[in-house]
Design a protein around this ligand. Structure first.
Ligand SMILES: [Zn+2]
Length: 110
């Protein structure tokens, strides 16, 4: 953050309050954004729904829940907030594991 002065383009030391070249005041780093609590909650709800529909052999609803929650996971890992990222990565990890299980089952069926 604030790698270069917005006024003169001088490289800035980390946490500098003023530019060492032109004395331009450096705005404090923006506080980390709030976690996307609603998105995280909805993502896990849809993930839960995915497993419910999957065990009920409702393939259409399962894939709908799976794809939408996986998409939310991708969205969350791109957020700057650490909580968002962590939840997103866990969701993507589950998605990859489920994908490998499908793949293993599909190859066994041949
Ligand atoms: Zn400067």
């Amino acid at each position: 953050m604030n790698a270069f002065c917005s006024q003169c383009g001088e490289a800035l030391p980390p946490d500098a309050a003023f530019c060492p070249n032109c004395r331009q005041a450096i705005p404090a780093a923006a506080p980390e954004s709030e976690p996307h609590g609603i998105v995280i909650g909805l993502m896990w709800l849809l993930t839960f729904g995915y497993f419910i529909f999957f065990s009920a052999k409702s393939a259409g609803m399962a894939s709908l829940c799976g794809v939408s929650s996986f998409g939310m996971g991708i969205y969350l890992v791109t957020r700057p907030n650490g909580t968002d990222k962590a939840n997103g990565w866990i969701r993507l990890g589950i998605g990859i594991v489920m994908g490998l299980i499908y793949f293993a089952q599909a190859t066994q069926r041949v």
